[in-house]
Design a protein around this ligand. Structure first.
Ligand SMILES: [Zn+2]
Length: 424
């Protein structure tokens, strides 16, 4: 067995992009100098946004190097180089996006961010623009939020019927707190919105506090909070309680203040849901504890935790079914699972730009915090022991579901491991 360590941070240019890559109206980008007109800069930035939208990109990056500025798109969670600009024209493009986001055009001394709303291919996009100074020059990242995105069904997100039913049953039973846990960019917010939509909560008084509002949903009250104009999360939560909601969605439990506000809201007899940064369901307890919440406060209100991770889906045009490699077998054994006879692997074709993957799906753990678990929390059980108990009861690990999906041909074991090691 040979392991090829390969950089997946950046993949080389894919064939379909080649004609667009380094040329603009018959000229190389590197030939377009700083005396190029404002019109050109505007039409170039418009083209960049169009390309990003067409390629399903979630983020646009401008990376300043010693010689050039590289434009990258994040597609299905991975960065792809798309174009290389001469430093002059690249900086002017970044300047254009700064102006859009109302960021001061002078060179940065520290991080800065801004927002803008644009219409691309008849879709309304919210841009969250962040820039930071770097050794070679500024770096810019633009997050694209599609306000008109269709809210997905939980099954479309990859959730199994029994997991969905567990959530639904709880929702009918009692108030308390539902947390969706995961890493940054694991699709937690999408899951929360799908929940609201699918559980037909729209007949209730639903109020949300978000930063930023990521999807607009008819029939619910969405409050946008922000750190800057002195309307922070915990203030938003207080304002929300005055609106007498049945169901509250708090965008993110990110600090001690918002954690306290979320738990307070949950003790008021309402259903409260929020997202929290954690690798799995058991880790949520550690996250809440590190946000200064005591076990005697957590145990009574924490009712349901959904942990999730996003993995890329194999391209159905080119995936192939084979026996797992010995490395894959070892990995499956190391997490205590049975080694399957055959799994699917990524190859690569035109449809998936030679990545072997197209789109993403979720892996889920659904933890109903019943009275036995509440007791474990009150006994200050540590994360490791809690995880062990959860696994014994068949909840998690996320990799178990991942391996099942690798057997079904939805994803690959390589992707579960992290996509950095290619097995041969
Ligand atoms: Zn393919």
């Amino acid at each position: 067995m040979t392991d090829h360590q390969e950089s997946t941070r950046t993949r080389s240019l894919y064939p379909q992009f080649a004609p667009l890559t380094n040329e603009w109206e018959g000229r190389q980008f590197s030939e377009i100098k700083s005396d190029a007109g404002t019109e050109l800069v505007e039409s170039l930035s418009e083209r960049i946004l169009q390309d990003a939208a067409n390629e399903r990109a979630t983020d646009i990056h401008f990376d300043t190097g010693a010689e050039n500025i590289c434009l990258r798109f994040r597609i299905d969670g991975r960065l792809h180089d798309t174009r290389l600009f001469d430093k002059d024209i690249g900086s002017r493009l970044m300047g254009h996006f700064k102006a859009l986001g109302q960021i001061d055009p002078i060179p940065l001394t520290g991080p800065a961010d801004g927002r803008a709303q644009v219409t691309v291919n008849d879709r309304q996009l919210n841009l969250r623009i962040s820039c930071v100074p770097g050794a070679a020059g500024e770096k810019m990242a633009i997050r694209l939020l599609d306000l008109e995105k269709v809210v997905l069904r939980l099954s479309d997100l990859g959730m199994k019927t029994e997991q969905r039913e567990a959530i639904e049953n709880w929702m009918r039973e009692m108030p308390g707190m539902l947390l969706v846990a995961g890493a940054t960019g694991s699709g937690k917010t999408t899951t929360l919105y799908s929940l609201i939509h699918e559980l037909k909560l729209l007949s209730h008084n639903v109020v949300t506090v978000e930063d930023p509002v990521e999807y607009l949903i008819d029939g619910i009250t969405q409050m946008q909070v922000s750190e800057r104009p002195h309307f922070p999360f915990h203030e938003g939560v207080k304002a929300m309680l005055r609106l007498d909601p049945d169901f509250m969605l708090i965008g993110e439990t990110r600090d001690a203040d918002s954690a306290t506000a979320t738990l307070d809201a949950a003790t008021s007899g309402r259903i409260v849901s929020s997202t929290i940064h954690s690798r799995d369901t058991a880790g949520t307890l550690t996250s809440l504890r590190s946000l200064e919440q005591k076990d005697h406060r957590i145990a009574p209100v924490l009712e349901l935790v959904v942990a999730q991770r996003l993995v890329r889906k194999l391209c159905t045009e080119c995936r192939k079914q084979e026996a797992p490699s010995s490395f894959e077998k070892d990995w499956v054994r190391s997490i205590g699972l049975e080694v399957p006879g055959e799994v699917w692997h990524a190859t690569g074709c035109d449809h998936c730009r030679n990545t072997g993957y197209y789109g993403r799906t979720g892996l889920f753990e659904v933890w109903r915090v019943d009275s036995d678990f509440k007791q474990l929390i009150l006994q200050h059980t540590n994360e490791r022991d809690l995880r062990k108990t959860l696994h014994q009861k068949g909840i998690g690990p996320l990799e178990r579901e991942g391996v099942e999906k690798a057997v079904e041909g939805i994803t690959s074991i390589e992707e579960l491991i992290g996509g950095r090691v290619r097995m041969e």
